[in-house]
Design a binder for this molecule. Structure first.
Ligand code: NAD
Length: 451
């Protein structure tokens, strides 16, 4: 099929590349001329494992092209995907400027049989507004479908090519059939393509992300309580996970969720609920618990240094909002950095792939190191914000020799507290009481009501 993808970010580039790899003729379009120039030089503007090889292979085969010019490709397309960003607006709603901009730019070139498929995460009702917009612009009907994307940054290729399910919202059966044909190469096992109405498809994406965010905020709140009562959240997690109704997935305590999706999607669904006169109490709490959890490491550091972080040096391992991506949007590490700088501390940091993005944002205000151990030199403590694999089995002797004090605050519970004590570290995780205090409630546990 001839496909055009508008928006060449994490979702658009992966979508276009994977469809090209299954034999389609794909053109990816972006308004960002620098991005398109990079792609045309064979450079990949984002870090996503496996993506570069696929882009190179499909460009070489002539199935994948990049351009800033919609007029040269849209008129021949059978399907035009919209994969532009839908960031959070000031009032928490989704900012749809990119969607309307993209729709207006393609409208004059749409052939009568072309289907416009919205892959961006958009509030319920947006696809219907797209239908109305095309009708108003062209004086005729344009077929529109909703096809929300569920890929995860860091394993986007595998998620796209082996999806748990594909969700498609349509107005007519033939569009559902077209989408089934397009996705056939990726659905050879039992995984379904679910065809439903436009509104249901749009809502499915938000409900999925809000459910996952709810799990994270739930386990984080329980982790904070575990610290108060002297329990170990890792044991509790195992204790509940074996119950098949609960399971283990997405129940790891940490420093709060970040990234370009959960924070904005939770806020957008809250906004939608309010617009309909509902009080989304559960989602409000999920959002608020997460806001507090992003400060958990600062709170612990502040207590450790008895409120005086001025002039202290903090080494941070992990800046991306999660491993295997360079995405730092809403990353908890950035919340910590801001709080530390505000308190007068110095920050030395390392991340395997996100340092360019962080450096653009902080410039000279923090120091970044290519080697993870160099970030530790003369630092008072090490703080772990992202669970990159290279941090899981570090050389503890090397850590001890470089830090001023053998102190680790671990926002991802990577290590065994007993082993850490044996190695001579003061070790503080999330939802675990430091070993010397393990049998009694922590006197420094956070005030759950106010933090
Ligand atoms: P992104 O910010 O990485 O990329 C968006 C791209 O769209 C940018 O390159 C931008 O220049 C381009 N763009 C904006 N307006 C345009 C226009 N009018 N014409 C052409 N290009 C335009 O965004 P993303 O992370 O790929 O997310 C895209 C959508 O997919 C969002 O709605 C997001 O919520 C959703 N989503 C993202 C993920 C993820 O993990 N990143 C996963 C699932 C769904």
């Amino acid at each position: 099929m001839k496909i055009v993808v508008i928006g060449t970010g994490y979702v658009g580039l992966v979508t276009g590349t994977c469809f090209a790899d299954s034999g389609n003729d794909v053109v990816c379009v972006d308004v960002n001329a620098d991005k398109i120039a990079m792609l045309n030089r064979g450079e990949i503007p984002i870090y996503e494992p496996g993506l570069a090889d696929l882009v190179v292979r499909n460009r070489a085969a002539g199935r994948l092209r990049f351009t800033t010019d919609v007029s040269e490709c849209v008129s021949q397309a059978q399907i035009v995907f919209l994969a532009v960003g839908t960031p959070m607006d000031e009032d928490g709603s989704a900012d749809l400027t990119g969607i309307w901009g993209a729709a207006d730019s393609i409208a004059p070139y749409l052939a009568s049989e072309t289907v416009v498929v919205c892959k961006s995460t958009v509030p319920v009702g947006t696809n219907r507004r797209l239908l109305e917009r095309f009708q108003a612009l062209l004086g005729r009907e344009v077929r529109v479908a909703s096809n929300p994307e569920f890929l995860k940054e860091g394993c986007a290729i595998a998620d796209f090519t082996k999806p748990d399910r594909v969700v498609v919202g349509v107005e007519s059966e033939d569009v559902g059939d077209l989408m089934r044909e397009l996705y056939k190469p990726f659905l050879r096992t039992e995984h379904p393509l679910l065809v439903m109405g436009l509104e249901s498809a749009e809502m499915t994406k938000y409900v999925a992300n809000c459910m996952l965010a709810t799990k994270i905020s739930f386990i984080n709140e329980m982790a904070n309580l575990a610290e108060c009562v002297g329990a170990d959240i890792n044991d509790v997690r195992k204790g509940i996970g074996h119950d098949q109704r609960i399971g283990f997935q997405f129940l790891f305590p940490g420093v709060g969720y970040g990234g370009s999706c959960f924070p904005k999607d939770v806020k957008a669904l809250i906004h939608t609920a309010r617009e309909h006169g509902m009080m989304p109490e559960l989602l409000d709490s999920v959002d608020e618990v997460n806001r507090r959890q992003k400060s958990v490491l600062f709170r612990k550091l502040n207590e450790y240094f008895t409120g005086d972080l001025e002039g202290k040096t903090v080494a941070i391992w992990g800046l991306a909002f999660k491993p295997r991506t360079d995405d730092i949007r809403e990353a908890p590490a950035l919340t910590l950095i801001d709080q530390l700088l505000e308190a007068g501390a110095n920050v030395r940091a390392h991340d395997p792939v996100a340092m360019d993005n962080v450096s653009r944002q902080y410039e000279e205000r923090i120091e970044l190191f290519i080697h993870q151990y160099e970030a530790l030199n003369d630092a008072d403590v090490l703080v772990i914000c992202t669970e990159w694999n290279e941090y899981r089995s570090p050389d503890f002797g090397e850590i001890r020799s470089r830090l001023r004090d053998s102190v680790i605050f671990d926002g991802r519970n990577l290590f065994d507290p007993k082993q850490m004590k044996k190695q001579g570290f003061f070790y503080s995780g999330i939802g675990i009481v430091p070993v010397e205090n393990a049998m009694q409630a922590s006197s420094t546990a956070p005030d759950l009501a106010t933090n």
